[in-house]
Ligand binder design. Sequence first.
Ligand code: C2E
Ligand code: CA
Ligand code: CA
Length: 713
Amino acid sequence: MSIQNSDIMYRRLIEGVVDYAIYMLDPEGNVMNWNAGAQRAKGYTPAEIVGRNFACFYTQADQDRGLPAKGLGRARDEGRFEAEGWRVRKDGSLFWANVVIDAIHGDEGELLGYTKITRDVTERRERDRQLVQAKVLAEHYSAEMRSLSTFLEAVIAHIPSTVLVMDALSRNILLANRQAETLLGHSRAEMEGRTVQDCLPANIAATVERLTDEALRTDGVKRDEEEWQTARGSRILRLDTLVFHGVDPRSRYVLLIANDVTDENAAHAKVRYMAHHDTLTGMPNRRLFREQLLKALPTQGRHRKTAVLCLDLDNFKSVNDTLGHLIGDELLRMLAKRLPKALREQDTLARLGGDEFAIVLPGIEHDDDVRVVAERLIDVVRPSFNIEGHTVSVGVSIGIALAGQEDISADHLQRFADMALYEAKRNGRNQLAFFRPEMEEAARKRRELEMDLREAILTRQLQLYYQPITDASHVNITGREALMRWTHPEKGVIMPNEFIHIAEETGLIHELGSFALHEACREAITWPAHETVAVNLSPSQFTNGSLVSLVASALQESGLPAHRLEVEITESVLLANSAVNIATLNTLKKMGVKVALDDFGTGYSSLGYLRTFEFDKIKIDKSFTQDIATNREALAIIRAINGIGRSLDIPTTAEGVETDTQLERLTQEGCSHFQGYLLGRPVAHQPRAEPAVKPAAADDLDLDLDLGLAAAP
Ligand code: C2E
Ligand code: CA
Ligand code: CA
C-alpha cells in the first residue's frame, strides 16, 4: 500500500470511529478536523466547528478558570494530558468526558498541533458514583448494625424483668440480662453457655426445666407463679415461658421472663382485705359475711345446720350522742375484741355497719347450741367498758335464724334473722329471739301498715281522742291528754301501740307529731280556759331540730296560750343526746309550755332525771297503779316518786286508775292528779255548739256534755 493510500485509509478509519470523538487542534487550539464520533458526541457538523477554538466545549466556569489553555499547556510540556470533566454539547447539554490530548511535533521538534480524543463516560461515571454511594451506605449500615446490636443489648439489659434465653436443644443459657444477674446472684458469664442445672439452685432449675418442657411440648406460652428463694430473698415470681424460632427454622429457643410480683400481690391482698373488712374494727364486712354465708350454706351436712345471728347494740346511739363518736368508735373496737371470745374458730363475725353485727355459725347440731352461743355473746357484752375514764355499758339484742335441710337462700336466712332481731329488740335489752314463721307474717303486716299509715296521713284517717285528768277532788278536770286513734278503712280502729313505733321507725312520726300538736291546740282552744291539753312527744321528734318551731306554729295558728299546752316525754328523751334535748326542753319551757315526765318508773328510771330538768309534772306509770294493792315494790316506788315530787314541788299524776280502791290508795300516797278509765275514757272531740246558741256559762256545764260521750277503748 502507498503511503498516500495508507494515509487516506487512516483518515477514513478515524473519521468512521463513532464511539470516540477524535479531532485535531492547531497549536492555538482551533479545531482542524472533526470525525463522526465527535459529531455524535458534541452535535456539531465539521462545517460548523472546524476553525473554532476547542474552548467552546468547556463550561463557562471552566473557561473562566482557563482550563482549555491549561490542558493544552500540559500536553505541550508533558506530551500528553489526560483529564475528566464536564463538557458542553452544541445544544448546551452536558456530558462527562474522558479527554486525552497528545501534542504533535514536527521533525524539528516544532509544535504542529494536538490530537484530542474525547469519550462520553457519563454512564460509567454514574455507575462509579452509585458504586461509591453503595459502599458508603454499606459502611453506614454496618456501623448501624453494630450500634443496633448494642442498642438491643442495652434494651434487654434494662427490661425490668428477668430475661433468660435458652437453646431448646442443648438447654444452654444463651442470654441472661442484668435483672437475671441480680435476681439469681450470678454474673452473665457464670450463666451463659451453661444449663440451668449447672448454675442455678436446684428448686429454681427444676421450675425452669418444667416450664421449658411444657412450653416446648405445646409450643405456646406457659405462665406460672412461684415463690423462689433468690439472691434478693424469698420472692413471688410470675414466670412466662415461650418458644420462638431462629432464622433457621430448625433452631428453637426458649424465652423465660420472670417478674417479681411480691409487692404487687401484697398490694392486691391489701385491696382485697380492705374490700372485705371494716376499716374501723378490722372485722369482716358485709361482703365477706355474705361470702362466708354462701360458703357455709351448701356445705352443711345431713344433720348439721347453719345459723345466722343478727346483733344490734342496745343503747349505742345514746353513747354516741352523749359521749361523742370517738368514744362510740372505741366502744365498737373493744366490742370487736370481746365478741369473738364467745365464738369458735370457724364462725364469721362481721360488722354490717353502725352498731349492727352479724355472725355465721356453720355446722350446728342442735338449735340449743346456738342459744348457748347467743347467751354467751350477751354475757361478754354485758360488763361495762372503761373508755377514757368513762364507764360505758351497752347491751346486745340478738335475732337467730337457722337453715337445715330445707332450701333457703342466704338472703332469706339473713332476713329471717333480722325479723327475729326486731322481735328481740321489742322485748327489751339483752334479749335473744329465734325466727318463727309468724314473724314473716308480722313483718309483712308491718310493711303493709307502714304503707297504709302514709295513706292515713294524707286522707286524714288519724284522729285525737282526749282523756280527762282530774285533781285530788277526782271530779275537777284540770286537763286532757290527747291520744291518737287511727280509723283504718278496712281494719277499723288501730291503737297507737300498734302504729306509733312504725311511725318512729320510718320517720313518719314527724308528720304524725305535727298533726297531733296542731290538732290538739286547735281543739283545746274551745275548752274551758283552765284546762290544759297534754300531747305526747316521741323521742324521735327531738332528732330533726324543728320541734320548737313546730310547737310555736301550733300555738300561733290555734291561738292557744302556751301555758295551756303540756308536752309529755319519756325518760328516753333524756337518755339520748341529752344535752341537746334538754336545751330543747328548756326553750319550750321558756315559751311557757309545760313539760311532763311520762311513764315514770319504767325503763331506765332514775330519780337523777328529775334533777337534770325541772319537770312540771311526773306521771306515774299505770303498771304501778295496777299493782299497788298486790305488789309492795310497786307501792314503794309510788311512795318514792311522790316523796321526791313533794320535795321538788312537782305534782304527780297517777295513770291507769280503774278502781275505787286504786284511787283511794293513790290519794293516800299523795298523788295530786289522776287519770284512768274510772275517771273517764279517751273520747273523740265533739265540737261545741256555735257561741251564738251556746249557754252563757258554758264552762260550768258538765264536761261530758261538752265533749260528747263517744266511748273509746
Ligand atoms: P301513754 O302516753 O302512757 O298514754 C296512756 C295510755 O293508757 C293510753 O293508751 C290510754 O288509752 C291508756 N289508758 C288510760 N287509762 C287507762 C286505764 O285506766 N287502764 C288502762 N289499761 N289503760 C289506760 P293508748 O291511747 O293506747 O296510747 C298508748 C301510747 O301511745 C301512749 O301511752 C303514748 O305513749 C302513745 N301515744 C298515743 N298518742 C300519741 C301521740 O299522739 N303521739 C305519740 N308520740 N305517742 C302517742
Ligand atoms: Ca302520755
Ligand atoms: Ca303514760
